[in-house]
Write a protein that binds this ligand. Structure first.
Ligand code: IMP
Ligand code: MG
Length: 185
């Protein structure tokens, strides 16, 4: 695997800026759901870093659960219109206040399908929290209740976001320099 320095064009959002913003988002969520039951649903795998930091910034009691959907095959850069649930929740969301935690909303197709599915299961409320919003790429309108950063239309990696499944561990969000990242076969 390449060292990320070989293809990092620039750090778009530093570790410090990510952590500061997530702290504020956690405070806002804690205020909004004060006295209410709350369940965070993390969409694997990209959302896992954000969930781990966000839940530590939330000061009210809450539960978590995970689901995985596939829309991007390894190496693919375009989102298909339909997503497949590859791992479903293990707990019921009926009557619960559900907050979906996503790493990035791009076309919006993934989250739209997930929202439509979860809505059929009778949650008390269903809201969306995304760390990154690539707003110019939107194809499907999505109600975003908590948004970390609006980012330009560039391919990013790090802080949960992958390049062919690697580099999720980096503590910052970086931009890939076009032509420098070499996909392995
Ligand atoms: P959407 O259905 O187009 O909104 O796709 C959202 C999913 O695409 C995210 O959950 C990511 O897994 C992936 N994705 C979109 N843009 C990027 C990016 O710039 N870097 C890494 N993954 C991305
Ligand atoms: Mg994802």
């Amino acid at each position: 695997m390449q060292d990320y320095h070989d293809f990092l064009e620039k750090i778009l959002i530093s570790e410090e800026d990510l952590q500061a913003r997530i702290k504020v988002m956690g405070e806002e969520i804690s205020r909004d759901y004060e006295g209410e039951d709350l369940m965070l649903i993390c969409i694997l795998r990209g959302g896992v870093m954000f969930l781990a930091d966000l839940m530590r910034a939330i000061t009210i009691p809450h539960t978590i659960d995970f689901m995985a959907v596939s829309s991007y095959g390894a190496g693919a850069r375009m989102s298909g219109g339909n997503v497949r649930i590859s791992l479903d929740l293990t707990t019921s969301i009926e009557g619960r206040n559900v907050l979906l935690v996503e790493d990035i909303i791009d076309s919006g197709n993934t989250i739209a399908s997930v929202l439509a599915l979860l809505d059929t299961r009778g949650p008390k409320s269903l809201k969306v929290c995304t760390l990154l919003d690539k707003a110019e790429r939107r194809e499907t309108e999505i109600p975003i209740h908590y948004r970390g950063f609006v980012i330009p239309n560039e391919f990013v990696f790090g802080y949960g976001l992958d390049l062919d499944e690697y580099y999720r561990n980096l503590p910052f969000v970086g931009v890939v320099q076009p032509g420098k990242y070499v996909q392995e076969d």
